[in-house]
Design a protein around this ligand. Structure first.
Ligand code: P5A
Length: 445
């Protein structure tokens, strides 16, 4: 993409209403525009990152055998009356009447609807296990929408629902989600700590939140600092092997990590003193096991091998897809702007032309652009007629992890400059070497 032809409405000034850095940078980098409290348009740059995050979520869900579908955002009140949640959900639910006066709602979550789909089409244990998921907009009429996409009213969620024959199988589905979530967040360059939590309006006894550490997080967290060193890395895990999956979950949940609500001071005291930490975290996901809460209320049963009929065992699992943009920026920025992890960056590399209009500099940039595209990469080429300083400031703000700077002085020696946004370190390399290096970095992801 050539920047001169893109739509990147960058703001020079800090927006007054944005209290936290991710919100500020998302507005300044022209990623989002507020349309109403907690409701945003996704401008091209923000939309691109949102799509990259969605893509990672899809890949990691499908890798463990979960099946995508899409449910509507609008739901009927009657469906929610079956579970009893229509009255329980309270003011967070946006209630709407259609022209016939029928009561509808904009879905805040989809346990009822997925249970309805299940009961209409599945009858036997032979169709289990089954996990269906979607990435779809939700609406929660939050009392205090704030911090941009972090706590929106309309927000994008990956919501998945598992159906299993018995409790052990459902616990395995829960564990499998935990492992797959850990991998999902790692691919986004995040360390997300799984932490036992409160189940709230979703229900059930077993639930974990995934927290990304950041000063601006809404939850307080007490943890053993060793927990942030745990990584799945390139480990291969057979997701059908219950014991292996349970082992990974144990590894990631035995080190002390709790919310203020469930914090146990005695257990925290048992953590070696130099490893005790109290910090704040952003909840980027939550998984729930609630057994037969919805299936019993809504008559979603299956025939068992011995011919009897039982309500299906269920859980639900959510990732805050739009919130993740905020969380990633909170965890990856400096005073000049965003620093995207390679896994989610909107463009792989920026090209800065230091002398726009100079024939040989322009053609070197074009050649570089074409060579990067030929490697399957998406460059953003700043071909505007602007001062170098302004071009650097824009690149720093929008946070592409790599920048190639092209100017007449370097080109005289056959060199361009390759710069890491994260470390600020630059190297003089040939044009070909710059392309190879960047291609290599993304090939290794
Ligand atoms: C699990 C999937 C659920 O709703 N039902 C379907 C379960 N869980 S949850 O914890 O309530 O939400 C899942 C994740 O969605 C994000 N989230 C939000 N993101 C932005 N703005 C909001 N107002 C908001 N509310 C929830 C969180 O990341 C949460 O973990």
């Amino acid at each position: 993409m050539r920047l001169s032809r893109y739509f990147l409405p960058v703001l020079k000034e800090n927006p007054a209403d944005a209290q936290i850095v991710s919100h500020r940078y998302m507005l300044r980098a022209g990623m989002i525009k507020q349309q109403a409290a907690g409701i945003y348009s996704w401008l091209p740059l923000g939309f691109k990152v949102l799509k990259r995050i969605e893509q990672i979520v899809h890949e990691e869900q499908m890798r463990v055998g979960h099946i995508p579908l899409l449910m509507p955002t609008m739901q009927t009140a009657d469906l929610w009356r079956e579970s009893g949640r229509y009255d329980d959900y309270g003011q967070e639910m946006l209630r709407i009447k259609d022209r016939q006066g029928r009561e509808m709602l904009f879905g805040p979550t989809n346990e009822e609807m997925i249970t309805d789909i299940f009961r209409a089409h599945v009858n036997s244990y032979k169709d289990l296990p089954l996990t269906l998921y979607q990435i779809q907009w939700k609406f929660r009429d939050e009392v205090r929408p704030r911090f941009g996409v972090m706590r929106g009213r309309e927000f994008l969620m990956k919501d998945g629902y598992n159906f299993d024959l018995d409790r052990d199988a459902a616990i395995h589905a829960y564990n499998r989600h935990m492992v797959s979530y850990l991998r999902t967040y790692e691919r986004m360059g995040l360390t997300a700590i799984p932490m036992r939590a409160d189940s709230g309006p979703i229900g059930g006894d077993d639930t974990h939140e995934f927290l990304v550490l950041a000063e601006t997080g809404e939850s307080e967290v007490f943890y053993d600092s060793a927990v942030t060193d745990l990584k799945l890395g390139t480990r291969e895990i057979d997701v059908d092997d219950r014991a292996a999956v349970a082992d990974v979950c144990r590894e990631f949940t035995t080190l002390y990590a709790r919310t203020d609500e469930t914090h146990d001071a005695a257990l925290f005291d048992a953590v070696p003193e130099d490893r005790r930490r109290v910090a704040r975290g952003i909840e980027v996901g939550q998984i729930f096991y609630f057994g037969t809460k919805y299936s019993e209320a809504m008559g979603a049963t299956v025939v068992t091998p011995d011919g009897s009929r039982v309500p299906v065992e269920m859980g639900s699992h959510g990732i805050g897809v739009s919130r993740l943009l905020g969380a990633i920026i909170e965890a990856n920025h400096d005073d000049k702007g965003i620093i995207w992890p390679e896994g989610v960056t909107p463009f792989h590399v920026g090209i800065v032309n230091l002398k726009q209009g100079d024939g040989s500099t322009d053609s070197a940039c074009s050649a570089l652009y074409a060579a990067l595209v030929a490697k399957g990469l998406e460059p953003l080429y700043d071909d505007r007629d602007e001062r170098a300083g302004a071009k650097f400031a824009t690149m720093d703000l929008i946070g592409l992890p790599w920048r190639i700077t092209v100017g007449p002085r370097g080109l005289a020696n056959g060199k361009v400059e390759l710069t890491s946004r994260r470390t600020g370190e630059s190297e003089e390399v040939s044009l070909e070497a710059a392309v190879e290096r960047v291609a290599q970095i993304y090939a290794n992801l």
